[in-house]
Design a protein around this ligand. Structure first.
Ligand code: ACM
Length: 654
């Protein structure tokens, strides 16, 4: 069907307010998608002069607070004459509207949606994104546009990591020194947090707040040192890692404080779930405090794990008392805790399966850490019910609620955070929504690229941030040479950025270098590698070799273009060794092509020299990796009559 200016929506007369709101949001996106910005598409509750484009019917209204078990299924039928969307619930209808938007295509006749009949439902009930707003703070508009992106990909949980060593980001009226002394003034007011909760609800997303305790809690102690297990004073932590400051679980005053705090936050966040963190408690302050040691002895605790379990049991009661269900990271798992709590696993499927076998519900985050700069393909391959999860009984599998991507914010700012989340999050979203049998990686990348572009219309900046950051680096609006370099590099993987840094990274350092601009996954390099594989296979389509030639030539010629610019920019100077390596790779690749074209085999000396160049180019510089090193390596090997092999790509730690 065509989307023309007469496009109209028909809602049933009893449609609830949430569906009406969703319809208005949908039309807003449709206007942007089609550029028909001035059009006031109609929303009607009775058919308008017989012309309805999309009729929406939901069987049941939404509860005022979205629940874990709300039905998200829908059916969408599109024909030439119009479309129909039906769902058991308003939430399902909202998911169907997002599918309709995804289907809008530019056609020869104008904007259109193909004829389809879709019956769709999610595989998992919990499909989330965690955003760390402690290590770096993200203004409201950053969160809102990412909620829009999440809704587009049918994600349904925004897990808001609001406190950590580096900052306490939520306003407490009961304990105002939390944000006044623990945030540098960068925190969300209660009104702002409520605004995010409303915004998310309107897009079918639950908001689960996390206040990490008893560890990862230095920022609490700046204003309230009496909560800690050692005397202060404390300051906001600027470094990254695991630190000693930990709440004192032996003092009644700690629970009195937390009871009031949780009570206050329970009113701001209506969701059923309340996240208490619980990860990475190193126990050093406990070990050094004689009173805590005495307490442990008198309770016959067998180590710090038992003390943390005691703390968690106390906290669980405070959370339950407010009508909430406690969720925490793997480390809170302890047989003393009630079975209703939920375990979020950052350790892996084994840990998740252990929790589930003990009767707890759980969700997977291991394998979905966006900060590790892994490929979309590697995230796509991670399944909450694979590996150890595959051996669970079907009743146990029901307890695996789903998964959550994690955006830890050591190295992200409002400027580049979207590019670390998108488009890779779309691959994780698909893993959590679609059947486990959807595993074709090339087709996933095709969808990823197209959805990545569609997401621009939600105001996400994962495509647009690039130009601006390159301009800052170059100190010039002529960024084409720098772009050529930036598009074939990726940040180093896993946790190696800190290890490769010249000085210890902190939350205060500028995030304006090439490593901050470079996309986590270079699709240009991926495309080039595929072309080289095609060339080597000997079954190449017309145009492939000239394209390889063109790309290599552009790279070879790039360093001379950058050299004069680097004289005026310290940020550019840092990456010149990389630019020289890129030029060397381009030259080596072109020579290899020449040998191939002449049908001539190069000598051993040439081969050894080129492979040494490639090895040099493949090592990280300025904390980034040149991603075309491996395909150029293959070209040289193939030219020399060897079987091409992949260069070892740096391994990603968990
Ligand atoms: C975590 O990564 N410490 C949850």
């Amino acid at each position: 069907m065509l989307i023309d200016p007469r496009f109209s929506l028909l809602l049933q007369p009893q449609a609830d307010a949430r569906l009406e709101k969703a319809a208005r949001i949908f039309l807003d996106h449709l206007r942007r998608r089609t550029g028909m910005l001035a059009l006031d598409f109609a929303i009607a509750k009775i058919p308008v002069d017989g012309h309805t484009s999309l009729a929406i019917r939901s069987e049941a209204p939404s509860p005022p607070i979205q629940t874990l078990d709300e039905d998200e299924s829908y059916s969408l039928t599109v024909q030439e004459s119009g479309a129909e969307l039906t769902a058991p619930s308003t939430l399902g209808a909202m998911r169907g509207l997002e599918t309709f938007l995804q289907l809008v295509k530019t056609t020869a006749q104008g904007f259109g949606v193909p004829a389809v009949a879709i019956h769709d439902r999610p595989r998992f009930r919990w499909r989330g994104l965690m955003l760390d707003c402690s290590r770096h703070f993200f203004p409201l508009e950053v969160i809102k546009r990412n909620l829009d992106g999440m809704a587009a990909l049918k994600l349904n949980v925004f897990h808001w990591h609001l406190s950590d060593n580096q900052g306490f980001r939520a306003e407490s009226r009961r304990f105002p020194k939390l944000q006044e002394m623990g945030s540098d003034g960068l925190y969300y007011s209660q009104e702002e947090m409520r605004e995010i909760v409303r915004y998310a609800y309107d897009r079918g997303i639950r908001v689960v707040p996390e206040f990490d305790m008893p560890g990862h809690s230095t920022a609490w102690f700046v204003g309230y040192p009496e909560l800690a297990s050692a005397p202060g004073p404390y300051a906001m932590e600027r470094r990254f890692g695991v630190f000693d400051p930990t709440m004192d679980p032996t003092r009644e005053s700690t629970y009195k404080f937390l009871d009031q705090f949780i009570g206050e936050m329970a009113k701001v966040f209506p969701d059923e779930f309340f996240h208490i963190g619980g990860d990475e408690v190193n126990g050093k302050q406990w070990d050094r405090n004689p009173k805590i040691q005495e307490f442990m002895h008198s309770h016959q605790f067998n180590g710090n794990r038992d003390l943390q379990a005691y703390f968690n049991e106390r906290i669980e009661k405070l959370v339950s008392k407010r009508g909430k269900t406690m969720i925490g990271w793997d480390e809170i798992l302890h047989s003393d805790l009630p079975k209703k709590i939920v375990i979020q696993s950052w350790s892996g499927q084994q840990s998740l399966a252990d929790a589930v076998r003990q009767g707890y519900r759980g969700l997977l985050s291991h394998g979905y850490y966006l900060d590790l700069m892994s490929t979309a393909a590697s995230h796509y391959a991670v399944d909450p019910l694979a590996e150890e999860g595959a051996s669970l009984s079907s009743a146990e599998k029901e307890k695996v609620l789903g998964g959550e991507a994690c955006m830890w914010a050591e190295y992200v700012s409002p400027e580049n955070v979207d590019s670390r989340i998108w488009p890779r999050l779309a691959a994780i979203a698909e893993r959590l929504w679609s059947p486990a049998t959807a595993v074709d990686v090339d087709r996933m990348y095709a969808r990823l690229e197209s959805i990545g572009d569609q997401l621009d219309m939600y105001g996400l900046t994962h495509n647009t941030y690039y130009s601006e950051m390159l301009q800052h680096m170059a100190g010039s609006h002529d960024t084409s040479a720098l772009r050529t370099l930036a598009e074939v590099v990726e940040p180093v993987k896993g946790y190696s950025r800190a290890a490769l840094a010249q000085s210890e990274p902190t939350a205060l350092m500028p995030l304006n270098r090439l490593v901050d601009v470079a996309q986590p996954e270079s699709l240009t390099a991926r495309h080039f590698a595929a072309l080289v594989d095609e060339l080597i296979s000997g079954q190449l389509r017309p145009g492939v070799e000239p394209e390889i030639h063109r790309m290599l030539g552009e790279w070879r010629n790039n360093a001379p273009r950058l050299r004069p610019m680097a004289e005026n920019s310290a940020l550019l100077r840092e990456v010149m060794p990389l630019a020289e390596s890129l030029s060397a790779l381009g030259a080596a690749g072109l020579e290899a092509l020449d040998y191939m074209d002449r049908g001539e085999k190069p000598g051993e000396a040439w081969k050894a020299e080129q492979l040494a160049q490639v090895d040099q180019a493949a090592s990280s510089k300025a904390q980034v990796l040149l991603m075309i090193a491996s395909p150029v390596h293959k070209l040289i090997q193939a030219t020399a009559g060897e079987k091409p092999t992949e260069l070892v790509v740096p391994k990603v730690q968990p």
